[in-house]
Design a protein around this ligand. Structure first.
Ligand code: UT7
Length: 320
């Protein structure tokens, strides 16, 4: 049996951290106390106007390739999860492929918003297990600051920019042990960017709109259920999992999910305090932070889980 295993991890955050007080200084009618108490976010990184998702993806990918000791020429699959691509087309995956100097690999983007990385990782694993591909680069990259309404204090304080990447390789040993992906388009109205390009103009509302409380309720239920489903399909109890890496949207959602699953917070990786919600980038950013600081080690079981617009949700259980 052929498995798919993570060979290296990398991430990148643009510029210096922007604190909650920095947002207040920029004229947003909010406070550090409100943002910390409602979301757990203390700072985030915001890309400058010249920096696109492909730039963040490229920097994170270089670090992942270096960690894996892999030459970009040898990649035969590149998948980028993003909802903030540089262009309508070509895909960020193709722009990244060009920057890396890889020619000929299968390359495409996945659009599943904050679940994008678990979707992309699952797709890459299925390509590898099917036998046609052996080495994938899987990236989550976002510049969510571009699609925020900076006059809407209920959303603009919650998000940040960044990218994370993994190299996933064919392996005789696990690897990814199980995954579960779901969506329910009937929830599209509670979190969306309802605009599009038409005849050279943007039609509709090209910024993020969210019913925060409805999203909160959906997220806690979906994250707990999908984590249990994923563990059950691998025949493993949540108690046997070493680390939980939930999508980093809000510390209260993370704590509520961990509580439902019986995880003490000492087994949960948290970066939302310093990254904010970076959508598809949040899980690989958190994974990279915990691998580099030595918490996540080879052989440990790690459960990744995401939820986001669509609605989409999913989980991946892996042995690192
Ligand atoms: O990837 C998924 C992405 N989204 C999420 O995960 C978001 C999930 N939802 C949440 O995290 C929370 O619902 C929020 C953090 C968005 C909001 O927390 P809440 O406890 O649900 O607050 P609320 O929406 O009920 O707002 C309470 C008050 C309102 O004032 P009034 O009407 O009670 O006087 C808002 O106007 O807080 C006010 N408010 C703010 N005050 C200061 C809203 N945003 C801010 C702000 N600063 N930035």
């Amino acid at each position: 049996m052929m498995f798919a295993r993570i060979a290296g991890v990398g991430s990148y955050l643009p510029g210096q951290p922007v604190s909650n007080d920095d947002l207040v200084a920029r004229g947003i009618d909010t406070s550090d106390e409100w943002i910390v108490s409602r979301s757990g976010i203390r700072s985030r990184h915001l890309a400058d106007a010249m920096t696109a998702s492909s730039d963040l993806a490229f920097a994170a990918s270089q670090r992942a390739l270096e960690a894996a000791g892999v030459d970009p020429d040898t990649l035969d699959l590149i998948i980028v999860a993003t909802s903030t691509p540089d262009y309508v087309f070509p895909s960020v995956a193709c722009l990244l492929q060009g920057r890396l100097g890889n020619a000929g690999a299968t390359a495409f983007d996945v659009q599943a918003v904050c679940s994008g990385f678990v979707y992309a990782l699952t797709i890459a694993e299925k390509f590898i297990r099917a036998g046609g591909h052996r080495r994938a680069l899987v990236v989550g990259a976002e510049v969510f600051s571009r699609i925020l309404d900076w006059q809407d204090r209920s959303t603009c304080v919650l998000f940040g920019d960044g990218a994370g990447a993994v190299v996933l390789e064919a392996s005789e040993t696990p690897g990814i042990m199980a995954s579960a992906l779901h969506a329910d388009g009937s929830y599209q109205g509670i979190l969306n960017v309802p605009g599009h390009v038409c005849g050279g103009k943007v039609l509709g509302d090209p910024v993020l709109r969210m019913d925060g409380q409805a999203v909160f309720r959906f997220a806690v239920k979906a994250l707990a259920e999908v984590a249990e489903e994923c563990c059950a399909s691998a025949g493993i109890a949540p108690a046997e999992v070493d680390w939980l890496i939930p999508h980093q949207a809000n510390i209260r959602i993370i704590e509520a999910t961990a509580r439902k699953l019986g995880f003490g917070m000492e087994r949960v990786i948290v970066t939302v305090d310093r990254h904010g919600n970076t959508s598809a980038a949040s899980i690989p950013l958190a994974l990279d932070a915990a691998v580099r600081d030595g918490r996540i080690r080879r052989g440990q079981k790690v459960l990744l889980e995401g939820v986001g617009g669509g609605f989409t949700w999913g989980a991946v259980l892996l042995e690192f």
